[in-house]
Write a protein that binds this ligand. Structure first.
Ligand code: HPA
Length: 268
């Protein structure tokens, strides 16, 4: 692990011990407005943190408080489709775990596979399909690499998220997230296959980070903002610009719901 990044983080925020790590995906950038007294560290100052690449994904680590929780929020993540490597988030998550984070809250934008899960819905991930069958743990040694993925998305935090969203007047769907490698969108035939396999939503991120977090012993909560129906399920033309504009429309509400969920987490 990069002691350099860990040290840089400690130097920038002496004595600050975050307990909740958050990864912001498309549409979730508004969460940063809920961070009190933020300290912002560009990834460029944190060796091994991902260089910002994709439009709509920033490149900064935000430290501060949401409600009573001390948080470390990664605005910007590395995706498998950028280079083919799926372990781009390994070092950042190791650093955040070492500095104190026991929970990882992930967010993303996703396509829906269900007619009763419309665009602009929020879905908490209850389980996932690792369709590419790629793992960021390849190369790890020791018995811990054979990490159990049962309850990879912590049932207690999931229940908390549903209750907490309801307190905000928001309905949180739950469902299975299928990881599609991307960067191309799916074909209509692939979308039909994914629905058949039991997936409720599809996206290009999150799964590698969940595996990494479980390996690090962190509990995971993950929320998807549904930006579109899967290919072939509606007339809309899929594009990254469409994902971003839909995400922008729902961003404020989604972020407020998430801030409340994080601020009221119990065990951390
Ligand atoms: N497919 C894959 N990833 C996505 C989608 C989609 O339809 N929408 C947002 N991210």
């Amino acid at each position: 692990m990069s002691n350099t990044a860990l040290q840089a983080l400690k130097d920038r925020a002496p004595g600050f011990v975050p307990s909740v790590a958050v990864v912001l995906g498309s549409g979730w950038g508004g969460l940063t407005a809920h961070i009190r007294y933020p300290i912002r560290i560009p990834y460029a100052e944190l060796q091994g943190f991902p260089a910002a690449g994709v439009a709509g994904h920033g490149g900064e680590l935000w430290l501060g408080h949401i409600g009573a929780k001390a948080v470390a929020v990664m605005s910007g993540r590395k995706h498998g489709y950028e280079t083919g490597a799926v372990d781009g988030m390994k070092l950042p998550l190791q650093v955040l775990q070492s500095v104190g984070c026991r929970v990882l809250v992930q967010t993303n934008a996703a396509g829906s596979l269900r007619s009763d899960l419309p665009p602009l819905s929020l879905m908490a991930i209850s389980d996932h399909l690792n369709l590419p069958q790629r793992s960021p743990l390849v190369g790890e040694t020791g018995a811990e690499r054979f990490v159990s993925m049962v309850d990879a998305y912590d049932p207690e935090m999931l229940a908390h998220a549903i209750t907490s969203a309801a307190e905000q007047g928001a309905h949180l769907y739950t469902g299975v997230y299928a990881w599609a490698f991307g960067p191309q969108f799916e074909t209509p035939a692939e979308i039909r296959m994914l629905a058949h396999l039991g997936a409720d939503a599809v996206g290009m991120s999150t799964v590698p980070e969940t595996i990494l977090a479980r390996h690090l012993g962190m509990r995971v909560l993950a929320l998807s903002l549904i930006t579109n129906m899967g290919a072939g399920l509606s007339q809309e033309h899929l594009s990254h610009a469409h994902t971003l504009s839909q995400a922008a429309a729902a961003s404020q509400n989604a972020s407020a719901v998430l801030a409340h969920i994080i601020g009221t987490l119990e065990r951390e």
